[in-house]
Ligand binder design. Structure first.
Ligand SMILES: [Cu+2]
Length: 215
């Protein structure tokens, strides 16, 4: 007996075996698609974990666009059902500067143009954050003092962190007039940063009471 017939038989066996396995897998796939989605305890648990996993704390590190010196760190924390936006921006000219969340976290353009327009949310017109109608990303103005420092403390009850995660915060050269469309005539972008996930704020460690001097 030569090896050739045995080899042929082996090939045939392998091919047939493979074909029947493929057919079985196909049947299994069809069965799965016909079945309603499983609603077992494990899946419900997974949904719950997903819900709990939505991040609540974010940060944007603002860096100057080309030819500017404006920097800052802004925290975005979900609190009381909305977003509390606070931080410090420096290197500004004294006065008001438009401050918005823009649509994209794409900072490839050195002048910040790739961040796109204002994050509109539901397609409203541009406006003041307190107005009846405004973009979801309209945060009004921040105001720098004589030293070019602006302290930011804004409540945005209409926002959740996951609406804005991966988008960008933008500081403009000029004041947002809160009426001009589509962006408040706030001028060029002087500082931009992507909104990322941050660690939850850590409670400040209490200062240890000063040791009493004993004579
Ligand atoms: Cu803007």
């Amino acid at each position: 007996m030569t090896h050739r017939p045995m080899f042929a038989a082996l090939v045939a066996f392998t091919v047939l075996g493979g074909l029947s396995l493929a057919a079985a897998q196909e049947r299994e796939t069809q069965n799965q698609s016909a079945r309603p989605p499983a609603k077992d305890a494990a899946h419900e648990h997974a949904d719950l974990k997903h819900e709990l996993a939505l991040p609540k704390h974010g940060v944007a590190v603002l860096r100057p666009t080309e030819g500017n010196k404006v920097r800052g760190v802004i925290r975005l924390d979900e609190r009381d059902g909305g977003l509390h936006i606070q931080g410090r921006v420096n290197g500004l000219t004294p006065g008001k500067h438009g401050f918005h969340i823009h649509e994209f976290g794409d900072l490839r353009d050195p002048k910040g143009e790739s961040a796109g327009g204002h994050f509109e949310g539901e397609g409203h017109k541009h406006g003041a954050p307190g107005a009846d109608e405004h973009h979801a990303g309209d945060l009004g103005n921040i105001e720098a003092n004589e030293d070019g420092v602006a302290m930011v403390d804004i409540r945005a009850p209409w926002l959740k962190l996951h609406f804005v995660l991966g988008r960008s915060m933008v500081v403009h050269a000029d004041a947002d007039d809160l009426t001009s469309q589509p962006s408040g005539a706030a001028g060029p972008r002087v500082s931009v940063g992507v909104i990322g996930i941050a660690q939850a704020p850590q409670p400040k460690a209490k200062k240890a009471p000063a040791e009493k001097k004993t004579n």
